[in-house]
Structure formats: structure tokens, C-alpha cells
Design a binder for this molecule. Structure first.
Ligand code: SF4
Ligand code: SF4
Length: 354
């Protein structure tokens, strides 16, 4: 059986299309090993709760493996509300889960409404029985080998849990054992993050190394701000004040200093482009506090405040440590103290900034 060492796997997953060239994107190798490793085609049950289906749409954009290959050759997707043509009833779904207890992968898309016993998220109703997403997630979560929380809503609540949140929507970690849940945040998550996270648990039978927010480090370790092609503008205090201008996008709402994700390297749509290179600010869609803690969009990020700690020179060490734990770039704290952020110098001219 062709099998990748974990070290090689991590190396391949870390490399993005931008770094390798599209023809050498890493996932063909991962996909091949994935296919070989997943003999017997593991059962995957994909449930949608308080979701917009954007995470599924992102999965459909996967390049290596393509969705068809994933569904035909790699996994046995026994339940998905959109991708699998099935008349599977809730009873049959529970039976599948029972038959494969301890072995199936449960993928959750969307947050879990918990108010009033889950009544805001009913997914099945017969004359005899009404079932909420909350009920089904709790039942299937117990029997799953691993649970992938696909997207920021499933991981942390996300947009579905934004204020005022009448349905008391929560992420998977609020309800299910953290040792089983692998968060794959993003709004939506990159298809490589989804496939790579799934590949890891299937190939090695255990969790990848995770950060404090339950995300695989291989995809979520780098800070967008620290790897940004517009970083030189930031360092020179050159800020775009309207969209379309060259310059750092901080003044038009960039949250790159808070964002942990490898978009700058991997890029989107088969390695074509990504938010900042296409002229849009990073909205830090992978952050546990997205969107409430990262809005208003397109407005300058408020001054850095970390756990109420005053950002004086005396406390920069503590602030930096807390900032790291919260997913705030250390560099930002230093720049704030240096007074760089707040200087508003528009950039003239039209030089290339991609
Ligand atoms: S604030 Fe945004 S645009 Fe500016 S350097 Fe950081 S990540 Fe890039
Ligand atoms: S650049 Fe920022 S907003 Fe865009 S996908 Fe990456 S983390 Fe999300």
C-alpha cells in the first residue's frame, strides 16, 4: 500500500499552489495515499444545521481530489442532504450509524441551535416523531470516531451565532468531546483544509497537531498579516483609504493581523487568487470570534485591546503572549505601541501590489 509518512504528509499539505506551481499542487500525492489508505471506504455522515451550504459549495471546488473522485473512490458518503441522492430516513441514518459505530466520520456543517431544546433546527418530522439537529448531533456524535466541524459556524457558532442569536446557536465544541472534534473553520473553509483534515484522520487514525482553537496547525498556523504581499506598505505606514488604491488595507477593514490561515500561500479557486491579492481585506473568517468580534466589516480595526490589558511598553510581553493565545499577531501589538497603526497616509500611484 502506498502510504505517506506523517512528515511527508504535513510537508505536502503545507505547500500551497502558489509555492509549488499549479501542476505540482500537493494534493494529488495526498489523494493517492488517501485512496490507498482508505481501503474499505470509510463511512462519512455529513449533516447540515444552521448553515448556508457554503462549506459544501467550497468542497465542490476541490481540485485534488475532485469531488467525484472523493465520493466514488475514497469515502462512502452515506448521508449528505445535497450531494447524495438518497431517501434515507432518520431511522435508516441512525441504523447506519449503529452499524458503523466507532468507525464513521461525522461531518457537521453549520451551527447547532440549542434554544428550547433545539426547536429552531428541526431536521426531521413524522407524525410519530420530531427530531432536531441538536438531538441528532448528540446521538451521532457519541458513535463517531472523529467529528469534523466544517466551517466557522460548525466550529465556533460563526454567523449563525452572531448577536442577537435567538436560537442560541453554538459550535460543536460546546456539545461534543473536544478530543473527537477537529475544527476546520473558514467562511467557507478552503477545500484543501477540509480534504486535508479528513485525509489526516483517515490515514493516521488520530488527530493532527492542533492549536488552542482545535484547528490543524498545518493549515492554520501562519498569520495572514505576517505573510501578506501588502506588508511592506504596512511597514511604511502607507494605507489605502478607499478600495482600489494600493497600500495596506487596514484602514478599509483588514483583520489580517488576527487571522491564522494559509490563504496567502494556498490561495483559492485552484490557486488563482485570494482575498487580499484581489483587493479585499481579510475578514479573519477563521477566527473563533468571527463575525461579532471582528466586525464592522470594511471599517478600520479598533485599537488593540487584549483581555483588557493596557498596551504599554511595560506590558508588551504579556500582551504579546495573550495576543498569540487569542490569535492576534504579535507584530500588530508592537506596531500599535510604536504608533504605526493610526497613521493614515494614502498611497499615490498605481503600482502593482499583488
Ligand atoms: S493589515 Fe491586512 S493588508 Fe495590511 S499588511 Fe496586514 S494583512 Fe496585509
Ligand atoms: S484571507 Fe482572511 S477572510 Fe480571506 S479566506 Fe483567508 S482568513 Fe478568510
Amino acid at each position: 500500500m502506498r502510504y505517506l509518512s506523517r512528515r511527508k504528509f504535513i510537508k505536502l499539505c503545507s505547500a500551497g499552489a502558489a509555492g509549488l506551481g499549479l501542476a505540482q499542487t500537493p494534493l494529488p500525492s495526498v489523494a493517492a495515499a488517501f485512496t490507498a489508505a482508505s481501503r474499505g471506504k470509510p463511512v462519512v455522515l455529513w449533516l447540515q444545521g444552521a448553515a448556508c451550504s457554503g462549506c459544501t459549495s467550497s468542497l465542490m471546488n476541490s481540485t485534488y481530489p475532485q469531488l467525484k473522485q472523493l465520493l466514488q473512490d475514497i469515502v462512502e458518503m452515506r448521508f449528505h442532504p445535497q450531494l447524495v441522492s438518497t431517501q434515507l430516513t432518520l431511522e435508516a441514518l441512525l441504523q447506519v450509524a449503529q452499524e458503523h459505530r466507532g468507525r464513521y466520520i461525522l461531518v457537521l456543517e453549520g451551527a447547532i441551535p440549542t434554544a428550547k431544546g433545539g426547536v429552531y433546527g428541526l431536521i426531521h418530522r413524522t407524525e410519530q416523531r420530531t427530531s432536531s439537529f441538536l438531538d441528532v448531533v448528540q446521538t451521532l456524535g457519541q458513535g463517531a470516531k472523529f467529528i469534523l466541524a466544517a466551517g466557522t459556524c460548525a466550529a465556533y457558532g460563526g454567523i449563525a451565532a452572531a448577536q442577537p442569536n435567538p436560537g442560541d446557536c453554538v459550535g460543536a465544541n460546546n456539545l461534543l468531546p473536544a478530543d473527537k472534534v477537529l475544527n476546520v473553520p473558514g467562511c467557507p473553509p478552503h477545500p484543501d483544509w477540509l480534504i486535508g483534515s479528513l485525509a489526516h484522520v483517515l490515514m493516521y487514525g488520530e488527530m493532527p497537531e492542533r492549536d488552542d482553537f482545535g484547528r490543524a496547525r498545518v493549515f492554520y498556523e501562519g498569520v495572514v498579516h505576517d505573510n501578506c504581499p501588502r506588508r511592506q506598505y504596512f511597514d511604511n505606514s502607507n494605507f489605502a483609504l478607499v478600495f482600489g488604491e494600493p497600500g495596506c488595507l487596514l484602514e478599509v477593514g483588514c483583520r489580517g493581523p488576527m487571522a491564522f490561515a494559509d490563504c496567502y500561500n494556498r490561495q483559492w479557486n485552484g490557486g488563482q487568487n485570494w482575498c487580499i491579492r484581489s483587493g479585499g481585506p481579510c475578514l479573519t473568517c477563521t477566527h473563533p470570534n468571527f463575525p461579532d468580534g471582528t466586525t464592522p466589516v470594511f471599517k478600520r480595526m479598533p485599537n488593540v485591546s487584549v483581555l483588557g490589558i493596557t498596551t504599554t511598553a511595560d506590558t508588551i510581553g504579556k500582551v504579546a503572549a495573550a495576543a498569540t493565545a487569542l490569535g492576534v499577531g504579535i507584530h500588530l501589538v508592537g506596531s500599535y505601541l510604536a504608533g504605526r497603526i493610526g497613521t493614515k497616509v494614502p498611497v499615490k500611484g498605481g503600482e502593482n501590489h499583488g
